[in-house]
Design a protein around this ligand. Structure first.
Ligand code: TXA
Ligand code: MG
Length: 318
């Protein structure tokens, strides 16, 4: 059930139960990172393949050496700049981090989230929280407690209420190869912002479905409704004739004589606002009994790259 009762949440976690928690990016499905039984429950409830590793959430940067070792200086520089916040670092793991979390890899993903509810929770726990996004594997990530409830209903005893997520898109994931920063996932912090702190970032995003790839499966964040991504929304709309089509647009409504459902993500053309509203718009369009959703491609800069990445994955055929 949806609740604001942090004491109950703490109790559930101490009992190796899993709960849903808000973060500034998306809601997470959280369990004790040091409890194999809790972690197994996360994978099972999400129907997530075991080869896809989880992010460990810690209270503050001072806990980083508890989960990671041989931390490069530039990792601390990034942590100092962006934590608490939507940045996940891939670092060498401490030996006691369960294999289930890292999918057997020698690295662990870690971040300090920036939301008062998960911070209050972490401050009452003496273990970190493993938490993937709180959606069934491959579906649209949740940015409100209601989204989480719609997916899992009473399978979750505690869904902590934390309002609508401020960032609305997952954290940016950065790893290090020979101390060189590498981008593994576009996210709420634009690559350009990271580059202002550490210089050139190499992009290494996998787009295949091989289990060896670190996480980014090509079809992901996907609505049930058939979804297309295009720069020519009007042209594609016309090709669908009488079908019931919904449009997901960046800034401007389309002038058309049909009564097509249209969602505009930011009337003032603000990429941050658009990113924040993206998943809620996809949830809404997906529930609107449409035959087709057409999404407009974003400008390929800053957070526009992140939005395009998610839309590309949402529109991949099965
Ligand atoms: O914003 C977020 O990061 C949210 C909130 C809840 O914190 N969490 C999230 O978790 O997006 P999830 O499980 O949906 O995505 C985690 C990503 C996956 O793509 C996974 O493959 C990658 O992190 N990952 C985890 N450990 C990794 C590792 N050791 N090396 C490379 N990628 C890793
Ligand atoms: Mg996810």
């Amino acid at each position: 059930m949806i609740t604001t009762d942090i004491t109950k949440a703490v109790q559930s976690l101490l009992n190796d139960e899993i709960i849903a928690v808000p973060t500034e990016t998306v809601y997470g499905l959280a369990g004790n990172a040091y409890s194999e039984s809790a972690i197994k429950k996360i994978f099972k409830l999400k129907n997530r393949p075991l080869y896809n590793p989880l992010i460990v959430h810690i209270k503050s940067t001072s806990f980083l050496p508890e989960v990671a070792r041989e931390i490069p200086e530039i990792a601390f520089k990034l942590a100092d700049t962006f934590w608490p916040g939507p940045l996940t670092l891939i670092l060498k793991r401490q030996a006691h981090i369960p294999n289930l979390i890292t999918a057997g890899q020698e690295t662990v993903a870690v971040r300090v989230p920036n939301h008062p509810v998960i911070s209050a929770l972490l401050s009452q726990l003496d273990f970190p929280l493993a938490a993937p996004s709180a959606n069934p594997f491959g579906s649209i990530s949740p940015t409100s407690a209601a989204h989480v409830f719609n997916y899992f209903e009473d399978e979750l005893g505690v869904i902590l209420e934390g309002g609508v997520c401020e960032r609305g898109i997952e954290s940016t994931i950065i790893g290090f190869e020979d101390e060189q920063p590498v981008l593994y996932r576009h996210g709420s912090i634009a690559v350009e912002e990271i580059e202002q702190v550490v210089g050139k970032v190499v992009v290494n995003i996998h787009n295949d479905n091989k289990p060896s790839s670190p996480g980014m499966l090509s079809r992901h964040y996907a609505p049930m409704t058939q979804t297309y991504l295009t720069t020519d929304v009007l042209g594609l709309l016309e090709s669908f004739g009488d079908k019931k089509v919904g449009l997901l647009l960046f800034q401007d409504k389309l002038v058309t004589d049909s009564d097509t459902l249209q969602v505009v993500l930011s009337e003032v053309g603000d990429l941050q606002e658009a990113a924040k509203k993206l998943y809620a718009a996809l949830h809404y369009l997906d529930e609107s009994h449409l035959d087709v959703i057409i999404a407009e491609r974003f400008p390929n800069e800053g957070l526009g790259k992140t939005v395009n990445d998610r839309l590309e994955r949402a529109t991949k055929r099965k």
